[in-house]
Structure formats: structure tokens, C-alpha cells
Ligand binder design. Structure first.
Ligand code: 4NP
Length: 157
């Protein structure tokens, strides 16, 4: 199993959106048996909460399921468990490395590295911007390209 973890600050807006969208792509491509997806936040404030109302509305509008998703905090064992950690911004990357030193077996990247011609290098946080549409557009393009990247690396059809 290839394990992918999306990471943001609160695990209620951006990374749950990415988890739901990425899982939807994985299902569409019939890769559920090969790729597992999860998300977590570097902060603890929203542990146990469902995705933010704005993220839920966006996913409902796009007919993408977020069933059963609950916020959790990143922990050290995630570093033993996942093959890819996909962060939403530079601060997430810094916080991840605070938790664990660099581990060459895990690919730690930013989602925006997979979005072409983007005006920003971090995924804007709709918790503060209120713009869930903008975040959705960037996250969905990024997730699609991350999936292509993983499929290529692992020779998946
Ligand atoms: P997220 O957004 O990292 O995309 O889930 C945030 C949600 C909550 C907080 C910050 C960011 N907060 O400070 O509570």
C-alpha cells in the first residue's frame, strides 16, 4: 500500500479538502487497493471535529464525500507510516520537521509544487481568507497532479 498524508494547520479546512478530493480521484481511477489517504493538522485545537462548514459546503457542491472524517493532530508515528507527506504551506513543512528529522524514505512536498502557473506558493488558508472556491481550485489541480506523480513513480496504470 502506498500511503499519502495531507497536512495543514487545523485539519479542518485545507487538508481534509485535499484528502476528500484525492480519495475521490483514487476511487475514480480504481486505485483504492493500492493508495491509502489520510490528513492531519500540526495544531491540536480542532481534534475530533468534522471538516469546517466551508469545506463541507464546497465538497457537497462537488459531490465529493467527506464521510467519517475527523480532525487529528500529526504525530511522530506518522513518520513511520506514510510514504508521502503533502503540506499546504511552508509553516507546515517546518512544523513537520520539528516533529521528526529529515527522513529520506518519505517524500515531503508542498501541494503548490504540483500546481502550474499558480500566483501563490502556499495554499491560501480559507479559515482566514473565507475563499473556499479559490482553495478548492488549487487543491483539486494539485491533487490530480500529485496522483499522476505517484502513479508514474510506482508504475501504476
Ligand atoms: P486549516 O485552517 O489549517 O486549513 O485547517 C485552519 C483552521 C483553524 C485554525 C487555523 C487554520 N485555527 O487557528 O484554529
Amino acid at each position: 500500500m502506498i500511503r499519502v498524508l495531507f497536512v495543514c494547520l487545523g485539519n479542518i479546512c485545507r487538508s481534509p479538502m485535499a484528502e476528500a478530493i484525492f480519495r475521490d480521484y483514487v476511487q475514480q481511477e480504481g486505485l483504492c487497493e493500492k493508495i491509502a489517504v489520510d490528513s492531519a493538522g500540526t495544531g491540536h485545537w480542532h481534534i475530533g471535529e468534522p471538516p469546517h462548514e466551508g469545506t463541507r459546503e464546497m465538497l457537497d457542491k462537488k459531490n465529493i464525500s467527506y464521510e467519517g472524517m475527523k480532525a487529528r493532530q500529526v504525530n511522530k508515528t506518522d513518520w513511520e507510516h506514510f510514504d508521502y507527506m503533502i503540506a499546504m504551506d511552508d509553516q507546515n513543512i517546518e512544523d513537520l520537521y520539528q516533529l521528526q528529522q529529515k527522513n529520506d524514505e518519505i517524500e515531503v512536498v508542498k501541494l503548490m509544487d504540483f500546481v502550474t502557473d499558480a500566483p501563490v506558493t502556499n495554499v491560501p488558508d480559507p479559515y482566514f481568507t473565507g475563499d473556499f472556491d479559490e482553495t478548492y481550485r488549487l487543491v483539486s489541480e494539485g491533487c490530480l497532479n500529485v496522483l499522476h506523480h505517484i502513479k508514474k513513480q510506482h508504475n501504476l496504470q
